[in-house]
Design a protein around this ligand. Structure first.
Ligand code: GLC
Length: 538
């Protein structure tokens, strides 16, 4: 439903940058803020509206920046606060918005808060983290597991207690039942808001609060031996706790002190639970939770027209009144889109993401169809892979450097890149695709410009979501127009029927303007946007 004044994060498209891998400016093989600054014009010509940058705060880099040692600084590896200010100014000068990644669930074990907390049982910051006595008779306080494998508890010999870490032992969980923690984190959020950032992507938002009685989790009967050990238990008592919503509401009210800021939550939950993070208040029509709880379901749904049609209908049906949808096809924790769906379907995926109702988030280099990198065992960086090797937990493959040019170091660095380039990176580089009028990059540019031009796409309604013969179809309406989107998710040529209209764009970047009516042929992996004639609109 289109309601009231529209905001930039509703009409716009977000682009995620993993800063280690976007552009290196000083030859150390690791991307940095000055590097991002030097590539901003690429984002302008691509046609996105907002940049989300994964963490660049001071960090021992045990989890590559998701272990924060100072919430209000810049790690020297990425630059200085002056570099940040320059980048922020340049982003805003270009009319783009800047979204920071914020990690409230845990800090680094090197954060001064944790150093104090672990120093003694009666330190004033002891209760900033989750300390528990050993179980009666010894051993861990309960059976909770780390997302990166093994127990979520680490024994601290000096004080004789365990602390909780939902991820690495180097990432102790903050105690979100302690109001002093709220104040400290909200102050850090204000620090960046005062510096002009336009919003936050909040890391693992659904994990913030843990059961106050620390009850053990039940076993998961569906767990498959040899998969991530975290999945062996049902995370009943250490995730999606009801009290989390109050924290999200507080975060939202911090942002609401500033005009037009956005709160996005990283949340991996089934749709019915996900939509509760919009914070619908049954007594009012207000939504006071996250503006956009990230919707990762396109990543998790089989790449089949009927599954995706059902997903779109379910999601749309579950959204609370006034909630604005969003869609994600890739991020730094998930295998690359092009590897998941294949290079041919990457074009369909682009059209899907950029014609759905709701804010799309693009992951850097998905617009090039960059595939997963192949990481030799001795070059593995990701602790998720090191902790549980060989079962597909590693995230290095989707974090390989952005290829800008067809040269050996791809214009990314002059040094040794921190991860190897993905296969075919040079052929897929920005420069190579710039030179090819029908490249995937050209398709992304055209789709982004179409989305911006057409109210039906960036602000309109969605209707008639169907699947037949592995063709996904839906209509977008708005601004007096009705657009029909047809996506052939199969690898075979398909014939279908269309009402009277004309072709606006195809994924092959061919045939725009053609009048159509009746039988219509879609090539394998082809998508098309058709503007329906007014007379065929019922
Ligand atoms: C989030 C991040 C992931 C990180 C984890 C722990 O899921 O996206 O990269 O490892 O949180 O902070």
């Amino acid at each position: 439903m289109t309601q009231g004044r529209r905001l930039w994060w509703q009409d716009g498209v977000i682009y995620q940058i993993y800063p280690r891998s976007f552009q290196d400016s000083n030859g150390d093989g690791i991307g940095d803020l000055a590097g991002i600054l030097s590539r901003l014009d690429y984002l302008v010509t691509l046609g996105v509206d907002a940049v989300w940058i994964s963490p660049f705060y001071p960090s021992p880099m045990a989890d590559f920046g998701y272990d924060v040692a100072d919430y209000t600084g810049v790690d020297p590896m990425f630059g200085t606060m002056e570099d940040f200010d320059r980048l922020s100014a340049a982003i805003h000068e270009r009319g783009l918005k800047l979204i920071l990644d914020f990690v409230p669930n845990h800090s680094s074990d090197q954060h001064p808060w944790f150093l104090e907390s672990r120093s003694s049982r009666d330190n004033p910051k002891r209760d900033w983290y989750l300390w528990r006595d050993p179980a009666p008779g010894g051993g861990v306080p309960n059976n909770w597991m780390s997302h990166f494998g093994g127990s979520a508890w680490q024994f601290d010999r000096r004080t004789g207690q365990y602390y909780l870490h939902s991820f690495l032992a180097a990432q102790p969980d903050l105690n979100w039942r302690n109001p002093a923690v709220h104040e400290a984190i909200y102050a850090a959020m204000r620090f960046w808001l005062d510096r002009g950032v336009d919003g936050f992507r909040m890391d693992v938002l659904w994990l913030l609060i843990k059961d106050d009685q620390f009850r053990s989790n039940p076993e998961n009967p569906d767990w498959v031996q040899g998969s991530n050990s975290y999945g062996s238990l049902l995370p009943l008592y250490n995730s999606d706790r009801p009290e989390t919503h109050e924290i999200v509401r507080q975060m939202r009210s911090v942002l609401d002190q500033y005009p037009e800021r956005v709160l996005i939550g990283e949340i991996y939950l089934p749709l019915t639970k996900l939509v509760t993070y919009y914070g619908a208040d049954p007594n009012t029509t207000e939504l006071n939770g996250a503006n956009m709880p990230f919707n990762f379901h396109l990543i998790q749904t089989p790449w089949k027209a009927d599954d995706i049609a059902r997903l779109i209908r379910n999601y749309e049906g579950l959204l609370p009144l006034g909630a604005w949808p969003n869609w994600v096809l890739g991020n730094h924790d998930q295998p690359r889109l092009a590897t998941r769906v294949g290079e041919e379907q990457a074009r369909v995926a682009a059209m899907l993401l950029l014609t759905l109702r709701g804010t799309p988030t693009l992951y850097y280099a998905d617009e090039l169809a960059l595939p997963n990198g192949i990481i030799p065992p001795d070059e593995v960086q990701d602790p998720a892979e090191k902790n549980q090797p060989g079962i597909g937990m590693g995230r290095d493959p989707e974090r390989t450097p952005m290829p800008w040019e067809a040269s050996a170091l791809a214009g990314f660095t002059t040094g040794r890149p921190w991860l190897p380039f993905s296969p075919n990176a040079q052929q897929l580089s920005v420069a190579s695709q710039d030179a090819a009028p029908r490249s995937l990059l050209s398709l992304y540019r055209q789709l982004l410009s179409l989305r911006r031009e057409r109210e039906a796409l960036h602000a309109g309604e969605v209707a008639e979501v169907h699947a037949e013969d592995n063709i996904l179809s839906y209509q977008r309406t708005g601004g007096g127009q009705r657009l029909l989107v047809l996506l052939n998710l199969s690898d075979e040529i398909r014939q279908t029927e269309v009402p009277q209209g004309h072709v606006v764009m195809t994924t092959i970047l061919d045939g725009a303007g053609a009048e159509v009516e009746g039988a219509f042929v879609l090539e394998a992996g082809e998508g098309v946007v058709i503007e329906l004639a007014k007379t065929s609109v019922s």
